[in-house]
Ligand binder design. Structure first.
Ligand SMILES: [Fe+2]
Length: 717
């Protein structure tokens, strides 16, 4: 009821269109004539009346009628409103109901989730218990296996015919490294037996005795007969290996000439990286003396080939490798010389001389427990004499005469350089980039009778197989490089990543950066690394130019361009990116530098035997204690010596006629002419160098690395 009253006051006026005041107004007097009838001609009720009574009566009647009408309308409206309100209420109630239902549903879901969580928790706890038990059982099993295996591995050395002296048994048993024992049993004998019948340049020919497919036809399908036939591209299995984020290397595992690595070798390599069977465990021990070290080296057949062992013969005489003179020689006339081009400005300590070699960045590379960080900067005067070494991690500058500290600093500096160059200039630049892409691109883009492929075959002989092994055995986590250095695996990855960014492996050697002081030394014949490197490069460039000129279009045909582009793509993102292929010079540069890399450059970075046969010369890692500060630990020393032994395999040398290959079986005769000319120039160069090395007045210090007679034809070991 209250609702209706309220409505009559507030809703009616606006709803009916007139004010209630008009309804309650008192009746007004009037004299106007009225019609006799109460209705007009059209039957409508008239608005006025002729008599007062009539008027009053009519007026009251109208008023009543109006009031009645208004009431009726108000009631109707109120009913409508009530209806609306009722609807609203129903809606509201429905909503409430829905909300209730939703809440109920939510509760139900919650309960469901709770159940699920409970179940999961139960499962997780059970899982954890199970994992714990499995881990325990596994650990026990592995422990037992390792204990027994350690004995088995030692026996394995017996089985493969290594007769160990008591002192060697004591060293190996004390070390108790099954991974080392596995390699000792496997590598030296494999190399020694391979060297009994090594492949020579004479074995490199086009067809085998019975004719058939060409030997260097990997990647291509024959469509006819004879040398000049058309070749069709064939799908070849290539894989891409990620060395670091945004850094992958494409490779073909099979070699065009020597095929793929035998399965049993692949099996052993893969097995050796198993973190369960051969977990990476650093064992720190040192040789007591030189005799003990030499005895072990001989017992496991890791002495040089000339003494019936597996390791390559050295052609250098390094003398005492702990002296200051040795250090200077190492950095100007040995492996360390490849770092000289890194100096881009004047010495940061001019008072110590104009030449410096900075390896400071290595101090930031995380190393495993028990080892000290790498990293040092060396300073030299204009006579290449070392004047100071900055220990980057300890932040101290040490000078000659600082007794023990000086000896430690020298060992640190040489060891840092050895680890860095082995990872960067040797493994990454020379093997995985230079040699690998020359071979990869040649197989992929050049048909077997293309003049550039014909040339590259010699310089990429066995490269796929060697680089494949390097990738399998050295690069991965738990691989040999990881084991014989101190690097945490992520530090290795960083070395590869920064190594690629600073790489200039495709930059022509004579055009590379060299400080004026170093160029002066080179001109004065005091830096043969640079002088003889440039001389050799010039000989190669002349040969390449003549080779390409002989078959005018080959250097720039569609195959050649594709070959160039593939390698150019691989150089993108490094310090030296190959330029666009605009003219023949670009191809001459690429091929000349490629040949330089796989022959001369590999000779200086790959002759590791000179630095791996004396534990007191330098090491691949520096143990963080007094004994380790100037000596290689046995585990690292032996593992690196094993890797060095793999370079002892006899392979075709560069300065050979390759008479079964050039100009043979339909190949153009001009090949022989140009190879002959190349050999003649190399002989002259070799003679010039040998005169300096072996003449009456011998140069000191010696530098035999760039004598072409020492070069292999490719990165084949
Ligand atoms: Fe190598």
């Amino acid at each position: 009821m209250t609702l209706i009253v309220m409505m009559s006051h507030h809703i009616l006026p606006s709803v009916l269109g007139f004010a209630p005041r008009a309804v309650t107004q008192p009746p007004q007097p009037t004299n106007k004539l009225s019609f006799s009838s109460s209705k007009d001609l059209f039957g409508r009720v008239p608005h006025t009346s002729t008599t007062i009574v009539g008027y009053a009566a009519s007026s009251t009647h109208i008023m009543l009628m109006l009031e009645e009408a208004v009431r009726e309308m108000a009631v109707a409206r109120a009913k409508e409103k009530l209806k609306e309100m009722a609807k609203e209420k129903v809606k509201e109630m429905k909503k409430e109901k829905v909300t209730e239902v939703v809440i109920e549903a939510k509760e139900a879901v919650k309960d469901g989730i709770k159940d699920k969580i409970k179940k999961r928790l139960r499962r997780s706890i059970l899982g954890k218990i199970r994992d714990f038990l499995v881990k325990k059982i596994m650990a026990k099993a592995i422990e037992e296996l390792q204990e027994r295996r350690s004995g088995i591995d030692m026996k394995l050395l017996d089985v493969v015919g290594l007769s160990l002296s008591n002192s060697s048994i004591a060293v190996l048993e004390g070390l108790n490294d099954p991974n080392l024992n596995l390699f000792l049993a496997f590598i030296p004998n494999t190399i020694i037996s391979a060297n009994k019948e090594p492949e020579t340049n004479k074995d490199i020919d086009i067809y085998d005795e019975n004719g058939g497919e060409q030997k260097f036809s990997l990647g291509w399908k024959s469509t006819g007969e004879g040398y000049d036939q058309q070749w069709k591209k064939k799908l070849i299995p290539a894989i891409s290996i990620e060395l670091a984020e945004d850094l992958s290397v494409k490779r073909i595992r099979k070699d065009a000439f020597t095929g793929a690595t035998p399965l049993h070798e692949v099996g052993i390599l893969e097995l050796s990286k198993s973190s369960v069977l051969y977990p990476l465990e650093d064992k720190i021990a040192f040789f007591n003396n030189e005799a003990e070290a030499n005895q072990l080296i001989n017992d496991v057949k890791l002495q040089s080939i000339k003494h019936d062992g597996a390791n390559p013969n050295t052609y250098n005489d390094w003398g005492d490798q702990t002296t200051d003179e040795h250090l200077s020689r190492f950095f100007f006339h040995g492996l360390g010389a490849v770092l000289l081009e890194q100096q881009t400005g004047p010495s940061t300590k001019a008072e110590l001389g104009p030449i410096e070699i900075n390896m400071d960045f290595m101090a930031d590379l995380a190393v495993r427990e028990g080892f000290r960080p790498y990293g040092a900067t060396l300073y030299f005067d204009e006579d290449q004499k070392v004047t100071g070494i900055y220990d980057t991690h300890k932040e101290i500058l040490v000078k000659p005469g600082d007794e023990d500290a000086w000896e430690r600093a020298k060992f640190l500096a040489k060891s840092s350089a050895l680890a860095l160059i082995t990872a960067r200039e040797h493994l990454l630049d020379t093997h995985l980039t230079g040699s690998n892409y020359l071979s990869f691109s040649s197989i992929k883009h050049l048909p077997p009778n293309h003049p550039i492929r014909r040339l590259m075959n010699i310089f990429t002989y066995n490269a796929n197989r060697v680089n494949d092994n390097a990738m399998s055995i050295l690069v991965p986590e738990n691989g040999l490089f990881h084991r014989f250095t101190a690097f945490e695996y992520e530090s290795m990855v960083k070395v590869f990543k920064t190594g690629f960014a600073t790489s200039n492996i495709f930059e022509p050697f004579p055009k590379r950066n060299m400080r004026p002081e170093l160029l002066e030394l080179s001109k004065g014949d005091k830096l043969p690394y640079h002088k003889e490197g440039c001389e050799y490069y010039d000989i190669v460039e002349k040969f390449v130019r003549e080779w390409l000129k002989e078959d005018g279009d080959s250097a720039k045909d569609e195959f050649a361009r594709a070959f160039y582009s593939e390698i150019r793509d691989a150089s993108m993102g490094s310090k030296y990116e190959l330029p666009e292929f605009e003219k023949e010079d670009a191809m001459v540069d690429l091929l000349s530098q490629g040949i330089f890399t796989v022959t001369a450059f590999h000779e200086i970075v790959g002759t590791t035997i000179d630095y791996t046969s004396d534990p007191w010369a330098m090491a691949m890692r520096v143990v963080d204690d007094e004994a380790g500060s100037t000596a290689a630990d046995v585990q690292s020393f032996m593992l690196f010596l094993l890797v060095t032994a793999t370079t002892g395999k006899k392979v075709p040398m560069l300065m050979k006629p390759y008479s079964n290959y050039f100009g043979k079986d339909g190949a153009p005769k001009w090949e022989r002419k140009h190879w002959k000319n190349f050999m003649r120039d190399l002989r002259t160069q070799s003679f010039r160098i040998r005169r300096k090395e072996c003449g009456i007045i011998r140069r000191k210090p010696e530098f035999k690395f760039f004598d072409p007679k020492r070069f292999e034809s490719s990165v084949s070991v």
